[in-house]
Design a protein around this ligand. Structure first.
Ligand SMILES: Nc1ncnc2c1ncn2[C@@H]1O[C@H](COP(=O)(O)OP(=O)(O)OP(=O)(O)O)[C@@H](O)[C@H]1O
Ligand SMILES: [Mg+2]
Length: 252
């Protein structure tokens, strides 16, 4: 069943982004969202959530997106992660224009370059910590021993050396969230996007995961963008931004 799942995802993600789509240049920003617009249709009208938003994220940045419920934080994070397409606007990764790519190409881009952590972990509960964590490596075409080795390394790094072969549904909430973090980081993504990563955890487990996020941001040199209502986590980031009138606003 695990291999079926992997094959399914491999088939939908094995295209490389083609080089001719590079708009390149050495001075291209690391990661930039340019003039993003996004609206949703309800029964009656159209709700404009993001209205011409620009956002430049530097390499190894640490940014919190904060603010009231419903202002569009998750909507923005999904667009930054290419999980959702904007109505208008561009996303540039090292000068590469991402939204001209097909859905399959974007799936490949995400697997290689973007790690996601959500409030609910979305792990496969019947599979072990190790199996959950090695999936991104298999999708990238690694052989199983290499994928296992990388998965074990990162699981050990997040403090789960004694839990590698435990089924995820036998782990505590904090342990499950650390598996989710390991799975997000196993291929050493350029950017980690987290949406309320500790929204479900108690204070002690939250603090552990917060600390890990900050340490791994430094160790791996990956940019970290975290949506949160948790002010302790927001304060650990170098910058805090919010969304005001559909545009990005720096809060301090
Ligand atoms: N798929 C959708 N269809 C219709 N409306 C949507 C959809 N996704 C989001 N919205 C609406 O867009 C607005 C922004 O939603 P979003 O989830 O981005 O808010 P948020 O800032 O993340 O809030 P929270 O802090 O509660 O998670 C909300 O009013 C929401 O109802
Ligand atoms: Mg949200």
């Amino acid at each position: 069943m695990l291999s079926d799942l992997v094959n399914m995802r491999v088939n939908s993600s094995d295209n490389q982004l083609s080089m001719d789509r590079k708009v390149a240049g050495n001075d291209a920003p690391f990661f930039a969202a340019v003039n993003i617009h996004k609206s949703f249709s309800n029964a009656k009208d159209r709700l404009k959530v993001i209205k011409g938003l620009d956002f430049v994220i530097e390499k190894a940045a640490k940014v919190a997106i904060v603010g009231a419920s419903g202002i569009g934080k998750s909507t923005l994070l999904h667009i930054l992660g290419t999980l959702d397409r904007p109505d208008r606007g561009q996303l540039l990764f090292k000068g590469q224009n991402l939204f001209v790519s097909s859905d399959d190409e974007l799936a490949g881009f995400r697997n290689r370059n973007v790690g996601f952590v959500f409030q609910f972990h979305h792990l496969l509960p019947e599979f072990s910590a190790l199996e959950n964590t090695l999936i991104p490596g298999l999708i990238e075409g690694m052989n199983r021993p290499d994928a296992e080795r990388m998965a074990a390394e990162i699981l050990i790094r997040v403090g789960l050396e004694d839990r590698l072969n435990f089924r995820v549904n036998r782990l505590s909430g904090g342990e499950q969230q650390r598996v989710a973090l390991a799975r997000a980081l196993v291929l050493k993504p350029a950017i980690l996007l987290a949406d309320e990563p500790t929204g479900n955890l108690d204070k002690k487990n939250s603090e552990q995961v917060h600390q890990l996020l900050v340490e791994l941001n430094q160790e791996l040199g990956m940019a970290l963008v975290v949506v949160t209502h948790n002010m302790e986590l927001a304060e650990l980031m170098a910058h805090r931004v919010t969304i005001m009138d559909g545009k990005l606003a720096v809060t301090d």
